[in-house]
Design a protein around this ligand. Sequence first.
Ligand code: PLP
Length: 357
Amino acid sequence: MESYNFAPGPAALPQVVKQELINELSDHLDDQLSILEISHRSDSFVSLINKTQDSIRRLFNLDDDFAVIFVSGGTTMQFALTPMNFAIQQKKVAMIDSGQFAKRALTMAQEVPHVQAEFLDSTKDDHYTRLPLIPSNINSDQYDYLHLTINNTVEGTCYHEGMYPDFNLPVVADMTSCLGEENIDLNRFQMVISSTQKNLGIAGLTIVILRKSWVKSANLELPTIMQYQTFIDSNSLVNTPPVFPIFATSKMLDWIENNGGVAEMDHRARERAQLLYDFLDDSKKYSAPVKISDRSIANVVFTTGDDQKDLDLASRAAKAGLYSIKGYRGFGGLRASLYNGMPIEGVQALVKFLGEY
Ligand SMILES: *Cc1c(COP(=O)(O)O)cnc(C)c1O
């Protein structure tokens, strides 16, 4: 039986990438050592870091002002580091309540001493089935920056290209569940954050893309390990970085590039999502509650309309080899995450299963 992993992260890897990682574990990458054993100061690892940064620059058409750094601690750690580094003039961060990860970002920014974070808008009352508009009338006299969650992994919404106003202040984009899958111009942002366990590799690594010109204005009173400038200056080698996750991400980026780049990933993601949304919208048994224009192509949220039935369906799906379609804990319903590692055949199998359930 063919099985498919619809988990929201850690998530499915393309079969060929998984096989490559398995094969290369025992390969002698450097002086007879495996990737699991090599020094992070070795020539071969330093060239791996440089190659991975170059891939990111190419894939996302980054202009020269951007630095690409590799950090551990997940996107969640960035929720604290970003305000610590950048909320230093107004000491205020603007946020938009688009769901779970926006709320977490707000909570963690508020934990930083002397920093205020506030939601300018929320769609909580609609159970996040649509997105708040991104305000265009805020500026850097009021807030140090605006934090946006681009793809809302739990709620299944996404700010697609075309939904962004011109900004009058720095914008930090949490793109953890869409970077490398949906084609969004990054050059409008000051900073982009994505841990890699969704579309770009395995758990343990966070890619941070940020403007060097902005980092120049960052807080110099923090311990140096918490300053972005330290990571830029040391080429992400301030201490031992997550060597194997960086290796996995480099393989994933190669795979994306060899398969037509982010534009092609976007095209495939739309095809996968469309197949499932069309089925759900036509069906009498299921509904997909998110407003059509705001629907995510990475995380498809749906329901039978009955909590017990949703749970039963998810557990039967798992027995049929269709794993992890249960909705986020506390949010309910069902969710299929369709990242880069999900082949269209997986969605076809899911649609067939849902039709027969
Ligand atoms: C998964 C996710 C996070 C949390 O990432 P961690 O790497 O677990 O810290 C944050 N934001 C979004 C949008 C996510 O999808």
